[in-house]
Design a protein. Structure first.
Length: 285
């Protein structure tokens, strides 16, 4: 079997494997709420950059802008724009702005730890400026330090849920959808290179259930979507050779995060090797 000549049909064993893995990836979405240790509920953002991606997403679908200052302020006052776990909390801001003619970041100007913050009349936490910074450095318009690619990508699918408690689990569920699509691309690549049914099933299970992919399937990070884009691009290049569509997926991957350029560059090298192999096979024939 030469590269670029996928075996016809998909064996039942592979279809079953895709279904089983998809269900395994889906289970945490219904029983992993981080709001309390003894509560089972829909998946919610937990830590890291997740709440900050959600803040940016809410800014886009609620306000139709990239100024997240009011969204963080709403979170401090009890709104769920950073997720239910962080309502009314002292979450730091992943933002930056221009003050006194220079670029400043939030952790540079404000106290990092919430126990050092002030509180308003209602008892809500209010970020406190660090010693040495006066009110001229205070943030009035804040821009997220995170690339807007992921929130923009999710906006068409979740904007109807803006202002509801369903937006958060729906945004996280989209990571599962992206990984299900990635599985189909993974199988397509394996079949294109003539992998046996057994090898394809084993590789599929180990890749999606034996790596951090299982965790990312219920988290709001850009990695699941990047994986789906990259595998989709590989499948299009190695199979039907849809170069334009593969290029669109690579472009989408770059919009998610600039560092994903490394994966695209690696894929370009594999594509060149694949092209040479196909040309040698064709000339040899």
């Amino acid at each position: 079997m030469q590269p670029g000549q996928p075996t016809p049909g998909v064996p039942t064993a592979i279809r079953i494997a895709i279904g089983v893995v998809a269900v395994a990836l889906l289970i945490p979405h219904g029983c992993s709420s981080p709001e309390s240790a003894d509560r089972i509920g829909l998946a919610r953002v937990y830590s890291g950059d997740e709440p900050h991606y959600l803040v940016l997403l809410n800014s886009i679908v609620r306000d139709w802008d990239f100024d997240v200052a009011n969204n963080y302020r709403g979170m401090h006052q009890g709104d769920d724009e950073a997720g239910q776990r962080f309502r009314g909390g002292s979450l730091d801001h992943h933002t930056a702005w221009i003050a006194n003619g220079r670029y400043v970041s939030w952790p540079e100007v404000y106290e990092w730890y919430g126990d050092l913050w002030d509180h308003d009349a209602a008892g809500h936490p209010v970020p406190k400026l660090r010693a040495g910074f006066d009110s001229t450095f205070a943030a009035t318009r804040e821009t997220s330090m995170h690339w807007p690619g992921l929130p923009l990508f999710l906006t068409p699918f979740v904007f109807l849920l803006a202002g509801t408690s369903w937006l958060e689990p729906a945004a996280i569920l989209s990571a599962w959808v992206a990984l299900v699509l990635a599985m189909f691309s993974f199988v397509s690549i394996a079949r294109t290179f003539g992998a046996s049914t057994r090898a394809t099933v084993i590789a599929l299970v180990l890749t999606f259930l034996g790596t951090p992919i299982w965790h990312y399937s219920r988290a709001l990070f850009s990695e699941p979507f990047a994986l789906s884009c990259v595998l989709g691009a590989y499948a299009l290049l190695f199979g039907p050779r849809r170069v334009f569509l593969a290029g669109l997926l690579c472009g989408a991957c770059l919009l998610l995060k600039a560092t994903f350029l490394m994966m695209i560059a690696f894929g370009g090298g594999l594509t060149e090797i694949h092209f040479v192999a196909v040309m040698r096979s064709t000339c040899g024939a």
